[in-house]
Design a protein around this ligand. Structure first.
Ligand code: NZQ
Ligand code: ZN
Length: 391
């Protein structure tokens, strides 16, 4: 096990009706003026907006609001949010929504306290040294942003999607009521399941040995998510399934499943090029296409780990005569599962051709400045080969 630091300062309020405490919670922290930030209208359709607004008023909390966050959240709205916070002397940002809203809120909270343009943080040209506190009411189990140290923003002019990590990205508190996810449709539920699994699997497929505890936490989480995912797709109002997905989403990406080992989210790097280039690609749908291709490209370089995954997560019998066969079966089982919950597993299903492979690969290497490390280091040529396997 490698040395590690583990810091998850976000206070979690989990369970039924917890969102009804939002005003009381904010009041306890002493914030008097907040920005209420949300997406394209789902929170109004499910009645959450009215409840939150009423609760803020009942607790004497003044607020300004900014809706309209789009999936793959745009830097242009972040700029507007940051200016609004400055003008209105906002003390904290409350994000009500999924990962896109939370990420937008995080970068607004950082940009509100500086004159640096928000994109500079995403582009890696500037590092935050302070931020307004962010609280969240999560409405979609997927990104893990409600406890994570990252924020992912899209620059619509440059067709670039970039994430950056900072301890200033960790929310102060997150309210998680699984019932708020009953209205998430099958497709977004599927995207969430894939994203949750991938946050754990990306950390799992590492070269670090002797991380048995972390491996077993990861495998247990994956098995619970696979089962809960099947149930939630069939019955969107199954509380236990929705609760499992919601909590797993947070634990998958709050660094627990990476403790003690090298972890780098490789498939995520390739996926961000995909949804950065093609805005209609949802993050989870991009990942369900990239993972099987990446895994097939690299598995022969760590057959042992892929066998462990196949046997422990998918209950596949170990073929000691031909371990490669077992390893491949685990990858195919994952692909079949993604397909079974309605996720695409090939680019052709999204009508995406090879036209932009070269450009996406170039961007992914930061124009030749980096190689994606892993079982097989991925430079431009190798990234194109992985994209080819996605076709
Ligand atoms: O915009 P609204 O109207 O709210 O609708 C959203 C959106 O259309 C809808 N939705 C959310 N909650 C709902 C609901 N619909 C019905 N009922 C509800 N309760 O779902 C759609 C997708 O929302 P979005 O927030 O985009 O999805 P998700 O939570 O999957 O977030 C995806 C974003 O997070 C980033 C992704 O790259 C992507 O941009 N990620 C952020 C991470 C982080 N900060 O740690 C890590 C992840 O790896 C990921 O990269
Ligand atoms: Zn993700």
């Amino acid at each position: 096990m490698l040395n590690f630091e583990f810091y998850t300062p976000t206070k979690v309020y989990f369970g039924k009706d917890t969102h009804r405490k939002v005003g009381e919670i904010i009041k306890k922290y002493g914030f008097k003026k907040i920005l209420l930030h949300y997406g394209g209208g789902s929170i109004k359709r499910i009645g959450l907006y009215d409840q939150v607004v009423q609760d803020l008023k009942d607790n004497g909390i003044d607020f300004v609001e900014l809706g309209g966050v789009q999936p793959n959240p745009k830097v242009s709205l972040v700029r507007i949010g940051a200016e609004l916070c400055k003008k209105e002397n906002v003390e904290m940002v409350l994000a009500v929504g999924g990962g896109s809203v939370i990420d937008s809120a995080k970068v607004i909270a950082i940009s509100a306290l500086t004159d640096i343009d928000p994109w500079e943080f995403s582009a890696g040209n500037a590092k935050p040294d302070k931020a307004l506190p962010v609280g969240t009411i999560l409405t979609l189990a997927a990104s893990g942003s409600e406890m994570s140290s990252s924020a992912v923003i899209t620059n619509e002019d440059k067709l670039l999607k970039r994430g950056f990590n900072s301890e200033f990205n960790r929310p102060l508190f997150s309210i998680m009521n699984p019932e708020l996810t009953y209205t998430v449709d099958k497709f977004q539920t599927g995207c969430g399941i894939v994203d949750i699994m991938m946050h754990t699997m990306e950390r799992y497929f590492t070269s670090t040995k002797d991380v048995d505890l972390t491996d077993r936490i990861a495998e247990g989480l994956l098995k619970a998510v696979i089962r809960a995912g099947e149930i939630a797709i069939k019955n969107p109002r199954d509380y236990e399934a929705r609760a499992t997905l919601m909590w797993a989403g947070s634990l998958s990406h709050n660094d627990l499943t990476g403790a003690g080992r090298e972890s780098f989210l490789r498939c995520h790097q390739l996926e961000h090029e995909l949804s950065g280039m093609y805005d209609f690609v949802a993050h989870g749908a991009g990942l369900s296409i990239i993972f099987p291709a990446w895994a097939k490209y690299v598995y022969k370089h760590n057959v042992e780990k892929f066998c462990q995954f196949a046997v422990r997560v998918w209950n596949i019998d170990m073929n000691f005569e031909n371990p490669e066969e077992t390893a491949l079966k685990g990858i195919l089982a994952t692909e079949d599962y993604f397909r079974s919950i309605g996720m695409p597993v090939r680019l052709s299903e999204l009508n995406i051709s090879d036209e932009k492979f070269e450009e996406m690969a170039e961007k992914c290497t930061h124009y030749g400045k980096r190689v994606i490390s892993g079982y097989v280091p991925l430079g431009k040529k190798e990234i194109i080969e992985v994209f080819e396997l996605c076709r």
